[in-house]
Write a protein that binds this ligand. Sequence first.
Ligand code: ADP
Length: 280
Amino acid sequence: MIELHGIGKVYNASDGDHRALEDINLTIEDGDIFGIIGESGAGKSTLVRLLNLLERPTEGSVVIDGVDVTSFQGRELRELRAGIGMIFQNFNLFQQQTVLQNVTFPLEVRGEQKAKREERARELLGLVGLSDKADRYPSELSGGQQQRVAIARALANEPSYMLCDEATSALDSRTTVQVLDLLSRINKELGVTMVIITHSLAVARRACNRIAVIDKGHVVEEGFTEEVFANPQSQVARELLGWGFETAEGPESEGSVASDDAPQGKSVSRGEADGEGGDR
Ligand code: ADP
């Protein structure tokens, strides 16, 4: 379980202080696929980076499995991070290394023997459906395949948690669905608790059992996904959902993650990538 208590974050930038988050209180339960949604600049990436202390909070505490980790340093911090996998929008793979080498990397860092780490990496490549791509290089793979390599790498240390920062935003709709379904399977079969950061309502709706809506650094709404979608309480959530233009029928469009055909592996703009139409 991950608990955020009274979290605030102020960035000290060259042009002065910028408050990115204020008084965030959230609990992510074991087994959740927890979505954090909001518009660009709302504070989503800052929030997710606080969970593995890539950013330190200015106020409040991060409690993981009952332990206050906010001031972890050195070995404690490395061990904490090993238990939290992370994947990104741009995959962050080592381009000069093969798929197998990318996946074995975290195990090499941990000091595993070569034969053992290769065995584990091949097992993980099987799990993500890429057994036949072990000797390829990332540039020879589609975007969806690259993200699956990143997922395999994130799972190498058998993490309890996985953080996904706009992990499907560079993928076309069909590939997005495949990656989300893979994340759901990993959640169910391996028991990995997921935190999914997304600007995409369609992604949140397909993948997440609970969501928090964040706006200007505040959580404005939180609850079970279907309940928030069916009956958004905050103005921001209503606007995000397209209820800002309310009609007798409700929102103009709830969006779909399976309605366009953007090219694979190519970065496309967020709106193009998820085929959401009228929900932004
Ligand atoms: P989101 O992921 O929702 O787009 P971010 O967490 O990236 O939002 O950013 C939240 C706010 O914090 C924005 O106003 C952004 O400009 C600011 N911010 C993010 N990172 C930094 C930084 N390193 N220095 C200064 N301001 C930052």
